[in-house]
Ligand binder design. Sequence first.
Ligand code: PLP
Length: 260
Amino acid sequence: MMSSNQVLCCSGHDPTGGAGIQADVEAVAARGAHALTLVTALTVQDTHNVQASESVPAHWLQRQVDCLLADCTVDAIKIGLLGSAEQLPVIANLLTRCRVPTVMDPILRAGGGRDLPASDFRDAVIRALFPLCTLLTPNAAEARRWTGETDLDAAGRALIAFGAENVLITGGDEQDCAVLNRWYRREGPIRVFEMPRLSGSFHGAGCSLAATIAARLALGELMAAALEQAQQDVHRMLQAARAVGCGRALPRRILPPAGA
Ligand code: PLP
């Protein structure tokens, strides 16, 4: 019998293992779910920044989608870095065929400062994908760049107006003493989650959060519980972060068993 906890992750490859597809696989596995993977792009990067990225051809992605969907069930989808505008119809087709909870981390710029390809096709992404997403998880800087709004509440409302069902704007990149993560939805008041701010800077925190939420939704949790729990999960991953290179620390998503 096929399991009902399969998360299809569409992300780029990051050779450091901090972000992208490896972050997704580890975060999903840590929740006891299984990651199916579609690699959208290859990158050259270290723990400081992304140096280059190369898109996987759209026809190749389409073949991967067709092959996988003919064989496997998909219970949730996580979308991270997209390689090119040509990939958008493939991903939109995937979302339409699966109709499962879909979490998109709408990346525009790496934490190290390099623009990732999505900035070139902002409007096309908004039109093709945002209305098919259950949840968007931009950080504050991304929320402002996608919408052109400075105020985060205005940005959250604008992202909902683009068609997403829920938006979680994370505040790790803001200057507040605590990390304030804001949840916007089509109906219902704004809810603000407050997390203690950890010192240091991290590479792959956003990917870890989006993939953890997707795993929790695949396992049948309601959005409120998935958001609440996933933020706690990621806080623990960041508390246990390790320095793999000389740049930012990587979240430790697979934690040793208690007492080990
Ligand atoms: N590389 C890949 C493949 C990514 O998906 C991302 C972000 O999602 C990054 C790099 C940048 O990650 P960060 O901003 O955490 O450094």
